[in-house]
Design a protein around this ligand. Structure first.
Ligand code: HSE
Length: 296
């Protein structure tokens, strides 16, 4: 076998208070095909700026081969990305996961998923997007002794996710640069307690508890000034009773609800209170993590 296509789901990280720890896979995908060739690197399907050796899928591909002490031969990579880039929906993690899994499958599946998570976590620096991209569903992760440890959590089947995706991007590096290096004990306690209850609310399907628990003091307050109309949109969503948070580092905003009419309710008002265009993307939880969709 010298060719494989990997499908990786989008992911929303943090879920409010679970900064760098919680993540959930969503029903939007990036497919990446790897074909081993005699020599050279060819990357298609993405912006010219990302076709060099620093492409994330390729760097993860090489990192896995290096860990397995396998030689890096030539490879053609084709990216079919439906996860919008720099929007807080795990597009970078998806490329890392695809590259790691692609290399592992092409060279005999010598590493476990945990092994691939270890390698990609060292590259990304936090496992909150990577873990649900590998395993699917809702996950919480910690890094202990430098290695990620992930647990999957149950989700009530009635939740619907509505992503509000703006027409501007926000690089994660910028969204992280505005965060303070230290936090108060009160804010740490606030996030630990709210985080625990977010997971329970998602399990129980308790919308009122979710609305209250899905609040944060570690990152959203600092980041909202980078996102025009954040506060107006949050106020609008809160009138509907849905849970609300920043998706990952943003700028996508995420509503979690059991109200099948939420999109229509927001559509009537969103454009009138914002200066940018916000695309509404109805999504559901993806319980299948990254997997092979074609090989040969
Ligand atoms: N937990 C990360 C953050 C997700 O909020 O910065 C984006 O990589």
């Amino acid at each position: 076998m010298n060719r494989v296509t990997i499908r990786v789901p989008a992911t929303t990280a943090n879920l409010g208070p679970g900064f760098d720890a919680f993540g959930c896979a969503l029903s939007l995908y990036t497919d990446v095909t790897f074909e081993e060739t005699g020599s050279g690197l060819e990357i298609t399907g993405c912006d010219e700026a990302f076709t060099g050796p620093d492409n994330l899928a390729y760097t993860a591909y090489c990192a896995v081969l290096n860990t397995m002490s396998e030689d890096v031969r030539g490879v053609k990579i084709h990216i079919d990305a439906h996860i919008p880039t720099c929007r807080g929906l795990g597009s970078s993690a998806a490329l890392l996961v695809a590259g790691a899994m692609g290399a592992n499958v092409l060279r005999g599946r010598k590493l476990s998923t945990q092994g691939l998570l270890n390698i990609t976590n060292a590259m990304e620096g936090h496992p909150d997007n990577l873990a649900p991209a590998f395993y699917g569903g809702l996950t919480a992760s910690m890094v202990d002794g430098g290695l990620p440890v992930t647990v999957s959590f149950p989700l009530h089947p009635d939740w619907e996710f509505l992503a509000l995706v703006p027409d501007f991007d926000l690089p994660t590096s910028l969204a992280r640069s505005v965060l303070p290096p230290q936090v108060s004990r009160a804010d740490a306690i606030y996030n630990i307690s709210h985080g625990a209850l977010v997971l329970k609310a998602l399990e129980l399907g308790d919308e009122k508890l979710l609305r209250t628990a899905m609040q944060d003091r570690l990152h959203q307050h600092y980041r909202k000034k980078l996102i025009p109309d954040y506060e107006k949109i949050e106020a609008l969503v809160r009138t509907t009773g849905a849970g609300f948070c920043l998706s990952g580092a943003g700028p996508t905003l995420l509503c979690i609800t059991q109200d099948s009419q939420l999109e229509q309710k927001l559509a009537r008002k969103l454009d009138s209170i914002t200066q940018n265009h916000w695309q509404m993307l109805p999504l559901h939880v993806e319980f299948q993590g990254a997997h092979v969709i074609a090989e040969g």
